[in-house]
Write a new protein. Structure first.
Length: 304
């Protein structure tokens, strides 16, 4: 029997389709199973990861709990230690405060002393400086005698003696006075600190001091010339008096009068010596005293 080619072709094609369909179904099923298996595997892995994470978390929590349990006593110990050290810190703070207070008190107590010492030191330094300056500048010197301007005047007569004669004149009828002149030109512009007149007697006759009292020394001025009879009664400033043959005397009137003369620009300082009782006693004995010119000195201490 002959089979129609068309029918055969249809049958073969149908078989092929069936085979292909079967293969497709089988492939899809396999894919589905594979997808399901992969999904399941993923789920299992996810569950395992979750379980592992939970286990890890629990382990961590357990570890932290243990650590807390272990550290709790230490914390209490630390607290106890802190409680114990707090008094020590307070003690240390108190000691520190006390030390600082004591130190401040010491500083406060010593500060006045230090200031006093500093002030005293400064005063000493100032005094020393002033004394040093004065010592460096202060000069002490004897003023030169001018013999040509010095003389003795007795009973109205000029006596050109190279000495100062005071007392009864040689005739025994009157008193003699001694005039002496000093050159003070070197004192120009100076400040006088001290002035002193001294003398050593060359000859003493009789008892002049018992007869006529003290010798009066007056600062007078007759100028740069020899004194004459008209200068016998010159008046001036009494600067000294004495009752012994050898003398060395200073006085405020002497210093002040010399300063005034220096300030006025006069280059001579002139003195007259005479007994307080200005008359002869006529007892037949000469009562007098004699000083060489170079034995009467005017010593001046001054700052130029």
């Amino acid at each position: 029997m002959k089979i129609n080619k068309k029918i055969l072709t249809v049958i073969i094609f149908s078989l092929i389709l069936m085979l292909i369909s079967s293969l497709l179904v089988t492939g899809c099923g396999r894919r589905a199973r594979i997808a399901t298996a992969i999904k399941k595997q993923r789920q299992e892995e996810s569950q395992e990861q979750t379980t592992a994470q939970q286990t890890q978390v629990e382990a961590t929590q357990d570890s932290e709990t243990q650590q807390k349990d272990e550290t709790t006593p230490d914390t209490e110990a630390v607290q106890d230690t802190t409680t114990q050290t707090e008094p020590q810190e307070e003690i240390e703070e108190q000691e520190t405060d006390t030390a600082e207070t004591t130190q401040e008190e010491i500083v406060e107590e010593t500060s006045p002393e230090e200031e006093t010492v500093e002030e005293t030191t400064e005063e000493i330094e100032e005094d020393t400086t002033e004394e040093t300056e004065e010592e460096q500048q202060e000069i002490s010197a004897d003023m030169p005698v001018v013999p040509g301007e010095s003389a003795v005047i007795a009973s109205g007569d000029f006596l050109d003696y190279p000495f100062i004669f005071v007392g009864e004149d040689t005739d025994g009828i009157g008193q003699a006075r001694g005039f002496i002149s000093f050159d003070i030109s070197q004192l120009a512009g100076a400040t006088i600190n001290k002035a002193k007149v001294s003398g050593t007697a060359n000859i003493i006759s009789g008892t002049p001091f018992q007869c006529y009292g003290p010798i009066i020394v007056k600062a007078v001025y007759w100028g740069q010339r020899e004194p004459g009879p008209s200068d016998f009664d010159l008046d001036g400033v009494e600067v000294l008096n004495f009752q012994k043959k050898n003398f060395g005397l200073s006085s405020e009137p002497l210093k002040n009068d010399l300063q005034n003369v220096v300030n006025s620009g006069i280059q001579r300082y002139q003195l007259v010596f005479y007994f307080e009782i200005d008359q002869a006693n006529d007892d037949g004995e000469q009562d007098s005293i004699t000083y060489d010119l170079d034995e009467i000195k005017l010593t001046v201490t001054y700052i130029p």
